[in-house]
Design a protein around this ligand. Structure first.
Ligand SMILES: NC(=O)N[C@@H](CC(=O)O)C(=O)O
Ligand SMILES: [Zn+2]
Ligand SMILES: [Zn+2]
Length: 421
């Protein structure tokens, strides 16, 4: 079986080149200026961008337990629509996969239901909220290589320290949702003028930064690969920058929404702007962009967090935290950062494919490598379109970006040479 992609604007070897791409038996086989393959099925890319499939290390697929919000099937279809071929699902599902049996059942379910590669985080502690560690060693043997209590901070420093030591022993990743629960104090929006104007309980940014500072000390002692989920403040970027300079094994991700919006963009009591961590100040947002530009921030992740309409239409006080993102991520970042000259197209693609794959040790993702699975995406960079919830394949339509005009529409997505969008 041969598939020939003609006339691609190909992101290959960190360059954007006019090339043909040949796929044989589901694997990348050849890149040349012109390829002749008489047996092959031909797709004319018409000079659109062809990139390695995008990689997102932070999504919520809600299955099992909350399938009215999303399922692995709808989440994976939405991912393919967003150009993603590999995602990593957070374990805040019900039940939390905190035993070998539950973790294996989750892997089986992901495998069965997902149209793309859906990899799975194991939790760090029982139920994600207790201080008692899961059996990290056994979960690792069952296939877990990354651990996260996303949705909750790990308040107990000793639990964090012990988890780091154990995860470091097999060079796994500990991905942290940094949040001190007491400082968070039932807030729903970032502390600042918008919180005051709307009269809403506010979140002190120190809920994020103080726990991050603690964790960096523990990461230094243990040597673990410590990954910061959805970094959101200027102080956090500073701390990570200092830690990297000091040789601490830390990486971090930023979401499109924290990169592109601040609390100034919240005009009324609209929970499509409610997520955790919250949209911060414009000064924080600018610092995140600087972190992207100087390499302090390693990757873009969406934190795709779908919720049902009636869980998001109850204003800031009562609605759930979280917004969808997997179907709008590339176009938003391309339109606002690449087209505005903040970063190059190659730079953005690196942060959305090769870097997350490389830093999480995903050998078959993020790059066009011969004899590796042909996961790739064709993207139209020329024609503008409007983000329309009717086009979403996710069950969630909770996005503050609906109605925005963008460029960077995903035309086709392939996993192992098979079209999945
Ligand atoms: N980001 C959010 O606001 N919500 C996430 C949890 C999380 O990522 O912390 C969710 O699961 O809905
Ligand atoms: Zn989180
Ligand atoms: Zn999350």
């Amino acid at each position: 079986m041969e598939l020939l992609i003609k006339n691609a604007k190909l992101f290959y070897d960190n360059n954007i080149l006019n090339r043909d791409l040949l796929i044989k038996d589901g694997k990348f086989a050849q890149v040349q200026e012109k390829i002749e393959a008489p047996q092959a099925t031909v797709i004319d890319a018409k000079n659109n961008l062809v990139t390695p499939g995008l990689v997102d290390v932070h999504v919520h697929f809600r299955e099992p337990g909350q399938t009215h919000k999303e399922t692995i099937s709808t989440g994976s279809r939405a991912s393919a629509h967003g150009g993603f071929t590999t995602v990593m699902a957070m374990p805040n599902v019900t039940p939390v996969p905190d035993t070998i049996e539950k973790f294996q059942a989750q892997l089986t379910l992901n495998q069965k239901e997902s149209l793309i590669h859906t990899l799975q985080y194991a939790p760090v502690t029982k139920d994600e909220v207790s201080s008692q560690l899961v059996d990290i060693d056994k979960l690792h043997q069952a296939g877990a290589f990354a651990f996260s209590n996303d949705g909750h901070g790990i308040g107990n420093a000793k639990s964090m320290f012990d988890a780091m030591e154990e995860i470091a022993s097999f060079k796994g990743v500990l991905a942290a949702h940094v949040e001190d629960q007491d400082l968070f104090d039932h807030g729903v929006i970032n502390q600042g003028p918008t919180a005051k104007k709307l009269g809403l309980p506010a979140i002190n940014e120190a809920a994020e930064t103080s726990q991050l500072a603690r964790d960096l000390i523990l990461a230094k002692q243990t040597g673990v690969h410590y990954h910061v989920c959805h970094i959101s403040t200027a102080e956090s970027v500073n701390l990570v920058r200092i830690a990297k300079d000091a040789g601490i094994n830390v990486t971090c991700e930023v979401t499109p929404h924290h990169s592109l919006l601040s609390d100034q963009d919240i005009v009324g009591d609209d929970a499509n702007f409610k997520m955790n961590p919250p949209l911060r100040s414009e000064k924080d947002r600018t610092a995140l962009i600087e972190g992207i530009q100087d390499g302090t921030i390693d990757m873009i992740a969406t934190d795709h967090a779908p919720h049902a309409v009636d869980e998001k239409n109850q204003g800031f006080l009562k609605s759930a935290f979280g917004i969808t993102g997997i179907e709008t991520s590339f176009a938003l970042m391309y339109t606002h950062l690449v087209e505005q000259g903040v970063m190059t197209l190659g730079g953005l693609l690196q942060l959305m494919s090769a870097k997350p794959a490389d830093l999480f040790g995903l050998k078959n993702a993020g790059q066009i490598l011969f004899d590796r699975p042909a996961d790739f995406t064709i993207i139209d960079l020329d024609n503008a379109y409007t983000i329309d919830k009717a086009d979403f394949l996710s069950k969630g339509v909770n996005s503050p970006f609906i109605g925005e005009k963008v460029r960077g529409r995903v035309l086709k997505t392939f996993v192992a040479g098979k079209q999945v969008y």
